[in-house]
Write a protein of this length. Structure first.
Length: 150
């Protein structure tokens, strides 16, 4: 292949790559558009009041459900944090290939799975307080949030 052909091929390749990167950066979701932060108490109250249009009676029934969920949720968050610290210690002292790494990663996965299971049970309890229309809005919101936060 002639040198000019190689140079032309490289220019085309890098131009395409640059355009792809530029378009990707402009079209990718921005971090502030991704809502990965758990809802605060005020956000949750607003969601129940404004989005689901929960009645005062429903909000009273939901309050202990939310309180219990937050307590149980914190247990799994604490388990994940402890396992992450343990993993950091192992990596620091023994490296990535240490056999203990796999066990600690499984601890993290178990806690994450348990938290997700707890959350789904919680949503079922919340749904039991709602009307069918409110339950549908809740489901739509949960599906949207799951798709927003892969």
């Amino acid at each position: 292949m002639k040198p000019i052909s190689v140079i032309l091929l490289l220019v085309i390749f890098f131009s395409g790559a640059s355009i792809g990167l530029f378009v990707g950066q402009k079209t990718a979701p921005k971090p502030q558009q991704m809502n990965c932060v758990p809802a605060s108490h005020d956000d949750l109250d607003s969601f129940y009041t404004k989005t689901l249009e929960a009645t005062g009676e429903q909000r009273q029934l939901l309050a202990p459900i939310e309180k219990e969920y937050l307590i149980e949720k914190q247990t799994y968050i604490d388990q994940m944090a402890a396992a992450n610290h343990k993993l950091a210690d192992i990596l620091e002292q023994k490296g990535y290939e240490d056999p203990e790494v796999a066990g600690v990663v499984m601890e993290i996965h178990r806690a994450m799975g348990s938290l997700q299971h707890l959350t789904l049970q919680h949503l079922a309890r919340v749904k039991s307080v709602l009307t069918p229309e409110q339950a549908e809005r809740l489901k739509d919101h949960v599906v949207m949030r799951l798709r927003q936060n892969p």
